[in-house]
Write a protein that binds this ligand. Structure first.
Ligand SMILES: Nc1ncnc2c1ncn2[C@@H]1O[C@H](COP(=O)(O)OP(=O)(O)OP(=O)(O)O)[C@@H](O)[C@H]1O
Ligand SMILES: [Mg+2]
Length: 377
C-alpha cells in the first residue's frame, strides 16, 4: 500500500507540509527575541499546522525551549481554561516526578490525574470551591511555567474563545498574570480576525500592543503546485499541468480543501492523473458532503440560504446591497441583505475579507461554495 502523502491532520512532519518557511522563521525570530506572537488566519488555512511546524523546527535546531500546545476551543469558563492549560502541561511533562512537582506548585487545590478513556492522554481534574481559588490556581499554573528549568513556548490555539467566558473579564485576568512572566513566550492563535485584532490592537484592551502579528494567507499558487506535483511524482504518479491548475483553481488554493481533493485524487489514481480523475474525485467529495450541506440548509432560514447561494454563484461579492446583485438573485432589499449577511458571518458560513477598506464576501467552506454554484437558480 502506497501511503497517501496528502495528509488531512494539521501536521505530521515537514515532508508533508508545504512551505510556510517565512512564517515559521518569523515566529522563531519573535520567540528568540523575547516577543509573543499573535497568529491569525481564516479557518482551515494552516495555523495549527504552522504551530507544530515551528515546534519541530525548534527541536531540529536544538533551540533551548520546551514547547507546549493547548487548544481552548471547547472551554467556556476560567475553570475549563485552567484545565486545558494543565492538561497540556501534564501531557508534555510525562515523567511522574515532574507531574508531581507541577501538582505541588498548585498550592490552593488538589488536582487529580486520570486518563482520557478515548485517547489515553493524561487528564487533570480539579474541584474548585470558588472563583478566588480558580484565580489563585491560574496564577500557580503560570508560576510553575515561570519557574520551569527551561524557557517555554506556549501556544494557545483558538484564543478568541476567552471572550465567550461569561461573567468574567478573562482578558484582564490573564494579562495581569502573563505580563510578569519572563520564562514563557506565547503564541496566541485564532481565526476570528475581528475579535483577535480587537484584543491586541485596541488601546482599551488588556493585551494592547503586547505581541507581534503574523497573518497567514493562502500558500503561493506556484509553490503549492510544485509541492503537489512532487508528492504525486515521488509516488510514481504523473500529473499534467491542466489537472494541477484545475485542482488549485477549483479549491481556490484554500489549504484544507486542496489537501482533501489531492488526497482523493491520489486514492483514485494509478500512474497517471488527468482531468477525468480530478472530476471524479470532486464528485466523490461532493457526494460525501451532501448530507452535511442539507443539514446546514435546515439550520438556516430560507433567505439566508438564498443569500449563501447567490454569493457562491458570484464566487465573491463586493457590493452586497447593490441593486444589480439584489435584483439578479431576487433579494428583497438592502437591509434584508445586510441582516442575512451578518447572520451568515456569525455562523461562519460566510467569510468577510477586508482589504484597503473594501469588504468582499465569499462562502467560507469551498466545497459548499462549489456545490451551491452548480445548483440551478
Ligand atoms: N503548509 C501545509 N501543507 C500541507 N497541508 C497543510 C498545510 N497547512 C495546512 N494544511 C492542511 O490543511 C488543514 C487545515 O490546517 P490547520 O488545521 O492547521 O488549519 P487552521 O488554520 O488551524 O484551521 P482552524 O482555524 O479551523 O483551526 C490540515 O488538516 C492540513 O491537512
Ligand atoms: Mg487550528
Amino acid at each position: 500500500m502506497l501511503e497517501n502523502p496528502f495528509i488531512l491532520e494539521p501536521f505530521k512532519s515537514k515532508k508533508y507540509f508545504c512551505d510556510r518557511e517565512k512564517e515559521s522563521e518569523e515566529i522563531i525570530r519573535n520567540i528568540t527575541n523575547g516577543r509573543n506572537t499573535t497568529l491569525i488566519s481564516p479557518r482551515r488555512l494552516g495555523k495549527t499546522g504552522l504551530i507544530f511546524r515551528v515546534f519541530e523546527e525548534i527541536k531540529e535546531r536544538q533551540l533551548p525551549y520546551e514547547t507546549i500546545y493547548a487548544d481552548i476551543s471547547d472551554t467556556l469558563s476560567l475553570e475549563e481554561f485552567i484545565k486545558a492549560l494543565s492538561d497540556a502541561v501534564v501531557s508534555k511533562l510525562k515523567k511522574q516526578h515532574r507531574i508531581s512537582a507541577f501538582f505541588k506548585s498548585l498550592k490552593s487545590v488538589r488536582p487529580l490525574l486520570g486518563l482520557d478513556p478515548m485517547t489515553g492522554s493524561p487528564q487533570v481534574s480539579f474541584s474548585f470551591a470558588d472563583e478566588n481559588q480558580q484565580q489563585n490556581t491560574l496564577k500557580d499554573v503560570l508560576g510553575y511555567l515561570e519557574s520551569y528549568p527551561q524557557m517555554i513556548v506556549f501556544a494557545i490555539d483558538e484564543f478568541q474563545q476567552i471572550r465567550e467566558y461569561e461573567g468574567i473579564n478573562m482578558e484582564a485576568i490573564l494579562r495581569k498574570h502573563i505580563q510578569h512572566l519572563h520564562n514563557v513566550r506565547f503564541i496566541y492563535c485564532g481565526s476570528k480576525k475581528h475579535t483577535m485584532t480587537d484584543m491586541f490592537t485596541n488601546a482599551k484592551k488588556p493585551f494592547y500592543e503586547s505581541t507581534s502579528f503574523c497573518y497567514l494567507t493562502k500558500l503561493p499558487v506556484k509553490v503549492y503546485g510544485a509541492f503537489i506535483r512532487e508528492k504525486f511524482e515521488s509516488a510514481g504518479k504523473s500529473i499534467d499541468d491542466d489537472s494541477l491548475d484545475y485542482i488549485l483553481e477549483w479549491t481556490k488554493v484554500h489549504t484544507y480543501y486542496t489537501q482533501r481533493l489531492c488526497n482523493e485524487v491520489f486514492s483514485l489514481s494509478d500512474s497517471k492523473v488527468d482531468r477525468d480523475i480530478v472530476l471524479k474525485a470532486i464528485q466523490t467529495i461532493l457526494d460525501g458532503e451532501r448530507e452535511r450541506f442539507r443539514e446546514i440548509r435546515r439550520l438556516i432560514t430560507r433567505a439566508q440560504w438564498k443569500m449563501l447561494s447567490a454569493i457562491a454563484k458570484e464566487d465573491s461579492v463586493l457590493q452586497i446591497t447593490s441593486s444589480a446583485f439584489l435584483s439578479k438573485y431576487g433579494i428583497t432589499s438592502g437591509p434584508t441583505a445586510l441582516r442575512n449577511i451578518k447572520a451568515l458571518i456569525e455562523k461562519e458560513l460566510v467569510l468577510a475579507t477586508t482589504e484597503e477598506d473594501r469588504t468582499s464576501y465569499s462562502v467560507y467552506n469551498v466545497f459548499l461554495s462549489r456545490y451551491l454554484a452548480m445548483e440551478q437558480y
